[in-house]
Every structure is written in structure tokens, then in C-alpha cells.
Design a protein around this ligand. Structure first.
Ligand code: 2P0
Length: 344
């Protein structure tokens, strides 16, 4: 009996210049390049064991065996590695999500980045992080960026070999993010379907692609100059444009709820009252994320508590890239996961 084990941690990321639309659905090639901030506070730990004794792949999330549908997604992802290496064994995948349920943050970014690194570790693959990001991408587009820390670009590339992530900047210059988790229910329109419908039906979509390229260049320049206000303005502008493409889809749809609008209004009010830079962005869900100065976070949170409940407000500093864990780290993760569950 032989086993090969790999364990890894990856943090989630929030796009400042959004990935919205695929030019190739099977290969997860995006219509535009994107740029994100990796977040320290939210992450996934994943253990992969390739084992002779298994007769099928198995997937456990937060200690629960997952449905056939979820299992299939994981199997297909593992197949990419099996095809690449000639590995024939099945694997057992266990993941622990340290993304508070209350955050309502999509966890596919940290999930597939952790799974990619854990699998590559189990199979002793000698790949650069950039190369590994091309595998992660084929699990979920946004996970491409979670292999790196700080500000990260996912270059759309010309094909599957070069559509990969690159680190841009450590974001160690007083950067923070506040998550306003106004609604934590399951999203009604999955991002995958939402982006496809938008690509197919929104007359604004070509303009999205054209201006996203410009926004990306501008934000990279602003990051290089450490011009926080410019980074924030571009983030807010780009995010709102993404959501304008959903409103202009046919039939139209939106990820915003009344609570999202109230949270946006709270951010506008608070930044005006405190006269502090704070910029909003939203993803394929109702929650509002606020890019701010790390040193302003306490003031902003205190002021936002006038409008939202304390438990709806979460904060994070920039996070690091994905890394390999040892068996002892995994045991510690399992313990802290069960402690967290007990506290819920
Ligand atoms: C992003 N989002 O750049 C954008 C902004 C949501 C809005 O990436 O189909 O789960 O698995 O590649 O990565 C969410 O979509 O989609 C996403 P797939 P994914 O973060």
C-alpha cells in the first residue's frame, strides 16, 4: 500500500479589477486580465492523499462528505494533474474553510488554490507558482490569483500555458479591507452563469472588456506609485462597471440587494463624515468590500457600526501567497476548526 500526501493553505482574494467573462469556458480563459488583493483573514486548508487502496476520489469539506456533484468537480480537477503526471491513484481530499460563514465570501478562490498546491506537493511536482496557477485556473478562475500574496495580476494570456497569475506588489503599505457581510445566504445566480449570460447578452460588454484593460494598466501604475487614492478610485469605478453589465444583460439581473445599497450608502456617509479614503467593491454576491488604509480601519469600523451590526463587519490585512503545511499544522487546523464550530 502506498500513499502520497500533500497539505497546503491558500488565502482568499478580492478583485480590484474584476474577472468577468470567459473567452474559453473549458479552459477557463478570461476575456480580460484582472488584479486582486489577497486577504490574510480568510483561508482554506486542504489535505490530499493519493492512495492505492481507494476505488474512487472522495471529497470532505469541513468534515462533511460532499455530494456527487461536488465530488465530480474535484475529480475533474485532479484529472488535470493525473494526466500531467501519469498518476493513476484516486485521492481523498479534505478541506477546512476558515472563511467565517458570516463573511459570505466566495471560497472557490482559496479552495482551488489550496487544492492545486496540495496536489502538486503530493505528486512531487516541480512547477513554478506561475505554472501552478494555470492548473488552479481550471478549477476556478479567481483561484489563479490566490497562489500569491498582496496585489496579484492574472494575465489573460494568449492560451492555457500563459493565462497565469503574477505577484505585483506585497501591499505592505498600510492597506486594509473591510467586509460588510450584509447577507450570507447562498447566491441566487452563480458567478459562472452570471458572467456567461452577461457576455452573451449585454450590449455594454464590449465596453467592459475595453475599459477593463485600461483600468488594469492604470491601477498597476497607481500601485507602483503607491498612490492609494488612485488605486481606490479605480477599484470602485471598475467594480461598479462590472455590475452595470449585469443590469444591462437581457434579461437583466443584479447581485445587489436592498441591504447592499444600504451598506453602500453607509460607506459614502462614513467616508464623508470622517473625511477618510475608503472605496467600495462588490463581487457576484450582495456583500460590500471596502478598500481602505489599514491605519484607518478602526475609525471606519467604529463609524460603520452606526449603520450595521458589529458581527456584519469583518476586517482583514493583506495576506501572503499559498504555502505548504506539515501534518502537525493540519492537526492544529483540525483542532482550531472544531473550536470555531463549537463557538458558532
Ligand atoms: C473576480 N468574480 O475577479 C470576479 C469578480 C466574481 C466577480 O472570479 O467560473 O468563481 O469558477 O472561473 O472565479 C467569481 O468567479 O468563476 C469571480 P469561475 P469564479 O473575483
Amino acid at each position: 500500500m502506498s500513499k502520497k500526501v500533500g497539505i497546503a493553505r491558500a488565502h482568499t482574494n478580492i478583485a480590484l479589477i474584476k474577472y468577468w467573462g470567459k473567452r474559453d469556458k473549458d479552459l477557463f480563459l478570461p476575456m480580460n486580465s484582472s488584479l486582486s488583493l489577497t486577504l490574510d483573514a480568510f483561508y482554506t486548508d486542504t489535505k490530499v492523499v493519493f492512495d492505492d487502496a481507494l476505488t474512487a476520489d472522495a471529497f470532505f469539506l469541513n468534515g462533511q462528505k460532499q455530494s456527487e456533484k461536488e465530488n465530480k468537480k474535484i475529480s475533474q480537477f485532479l484529472n488535470l494533474f493525473r494526466e500531467y503526471t501519469g498518476e493513476r491513484r484516486f485521492a481523498c481530499v479534505e478541506s477546512l474553510n476558515f472563511v467565517p460563514t458570516a463573511a459570505g465570501l466566495a471560497s472557490s478562490a482559496s479552495a482551488f488554490a489550496a487544492l492545486a498546491l496540495a496536489t502538486a506537493t503530493a505528486l512531487d511536482l516541480d512547477l513554478s507558482r506561475e505554472e501552478l496557477s494555470t492548473f488552479a485556473r481550471q478549477g476556478s478562475g479567481s483561484s489563479t490569483r490566490s497562489l500569491f500574496g498582496g496585489f496579484v495580476e492574472w494575465d489573460m494570456g494568449t492560451g492555457t500555458a500563459d493565462s497565469m497569475a503574477h505577484p505585483i506588489d506585497d501591499a505592505d503599505w498600510d492597506i486594509g479591507m473591510i467586509v460588510l457581510a450584509v447577507d450570507t445566504g447562498k447566491k441566487k445566480i452563480a458567478s459562472r452563469e452570471g458572467m456567461e449570460h452577461t457576455v452573451q447578452t449585454s450590449p455594454f460588454y464590449p465596453m467592459w472588456v475595453e475599459t477593463a484593460a485600461r483600468d488594469l494598466q492604470d491601477i498597476k501604475d497607481a500601485i507602483a506609485q503607491r498612490d492609494f487614492e488612485r488605486v481606490g478610485q479605480l477599484t470602485e469605478h471598475n467594480g461598479m462597471k462590472m455590475h452595470a453589465t449585469t443590469l444591462s444583460a437581457n434579461p437583466p439581473f443584479t447581485y445587489w440587494t436592498a441591504d447592499s445599497l444600504r451598506a453602500q450608502e453607509a460607506v459614502r456617509q462614513v467616508r464623508m463624515d470622517l473625511n477618510l479614503p475608503a472605496y467600495m467593491t462588490m463581487d457576484a454576491g450582495p456583500n460590500v468590500k471596502v478598500l481602505c488604509r489599514a491605519s484607518d480601519m478602526d475609525y471606519l469600523v467604529a463609524a460603520l457600526k452606526e449603520y450595521l451590526q458589529a458581527e456584519q463587519i469583518l476586517t482583514s490585512l493583506p495576506g501572503c501567497g499559498a504555502y505548504v503545511l506539515l501534518e502537525t499544522d493540519w492537526q492544529e487546523s483540525e483542532r482550531s476548526f472544531s473550536r470555531g464550530v463549537e463557538h458558532d
